[in-house]
Design a protein around this ligand. Structure first.
Ligand code: PHE
Length: 347
């Protein structure tokens, strides 16, 4: 077989192989097998040097023509394959415009925010204005000014998160209740009468259960003026409960103890879940405590700048999550901080 015969055969083989190439990766392989430096064409063209000088020019021209033909075929194949791949990608990425759309999920107010607003308006109608006070407090405001000197045993009622402070600096803590707000509201108003509520977040180092969270809201309330009595406290709280739960709501006061009120009470509402039968949420008592309250202790009035000989007042501190649990029938306080959309979307 002459060199030219071999060349013809190689050209046919290459063209046939090209027809079978189905993607760009295979095309690159084809190119290096036939036209690459180590490819079949280069190998064969080395035979040119061995030809008699007279045959060489014609053979060389034939080799050049064959190479040009293969390169042209390569280019065409490349264009064809690129088109096919692009087409394929278009099809794969095609958007089905007939599919139904996905509804955007609409934001809403957190149930705690909703209940706070309900509480503001119920008490607002009774003349209470909304105040705020800090979440990080000093030992002085959280305890001392509320009639709990250092080492007072009643401090045990509040398991406290303390902050790290430098020696000599005042002790800082996360407020365990909104009651320090009483002092701010009093000092801003004394000796004038005041009716205020102070909502905000509180923290306690507590075991988390269905009724207790280590972070929760409270709404503190105070009313101070001449001849404010325990009857005013009872009337206000019962009216509040009726506004939230309707006239038929069953409530009760129980004697209690707080160092900053005297006398002190706790205020319960009949358990929504068992209607008083007793269940897990109400600890089988049939009642759910929603707030502590009492007549403001003379020492606290004095710390707030009032003269307890001239004025008296009541205070209460309620748990709005508890209020919401009763209103919406929520059986676990942990839902409020869960961030669980299945819960939040129900409000
Ligand atoms: N601060 C009390 C608590 O967190 C509640 C309270 C407020 C009681 C005001 C009496 C008066 O338990």
């Amino acid at each position: 077989m002459t060199l030219i015969d071999e060349l013809n055969q190689l050209e046919r083989e290459a063209m046939a192989a090209l027809d079978g190439v189905e993607n760009l990766a295979a095309l690159a392989e084809w190119k290096s097998a036939f036209l690459g430096k180590q490819g079949a064409f280069s190998r064969l063209s080395r035979g040119l040097g061995a030809l008699p000088a007279a045959e060489r020019p014609a053979a060389g021209a034939r080799f050049n023509a064959a190479r040009a033909a293969l390169e042209q075929a390569l280019e065409q194949a490349e264009a064809r394959l690129k088109d096919a791949e692009r087409q394929h990608a278009f099809e794969a990425e095609q958007v089905d415009v007939t599919l139904p759309g996905r509804a955007p999920s609409v934001g809403r107010l957190h149930p705690t925010t909703q209940i706070l607003r309900t509480i503001y308006s119920a008490l607002g109608e009774m003349g209470f204005q909304v105040w705020e006070s800090p979440e990080v407090e000093t030992d002085e405001f959280n305890f001392q000014l509320l009639n709990m000197p250092p080492d007072h045993p009643a401090r045990d009622m509040w398991d406290t998160f303390y902050l790290e402070t430098a020696p000599g600096e005042p002790t800082l803590l996360l407020r365990t209740h909104t009651s320090p707000g009483q002092i701010y509201a009093m000092r801003a108003n004394a000796p004038n009468p005041v009716r205020a509520i102070l909502p905000g977040k509180c923290y306690r180092y507590e075991q988390v259960t269905a009724r207790h969270e280590m972070q929760f809201y409270q709404v503190e309330g105070i009313a101070i003026g001449e001849r404010i009595s325990f009857a005013d406290l009872k009337g206000t709280l019962v009216a509040f409960a009726e506004r939230l739960y309707g006239k038929a709501v069953r409530t009760r006061f129980r004697p209690s103890y707080f160092p900053f009120t005297e006398p002190s009470v706790e205020f319960d509402i009949e358990c929504f879940l068992c209607s008083g039968e007793g269940c897990r949420v109400c600890k089988h008592s049939g009642w759910l405590e929603i707030l502590g309250a009492g007549m403001i202790h003379p020492t606290v009035l004095r710390n707030g700048g009032y003269d307890p000989e001239q004025v008296s007042g009541f205070a209460f501190g309620m748990g709005p999550e508890r209020v919401a649990m009763l209103r919406y029938g929520i059986d676990d306080i942990r839902w409020f901080f869960s961030g669980d959309e299945r819960f939040l979307q129900q409000f």
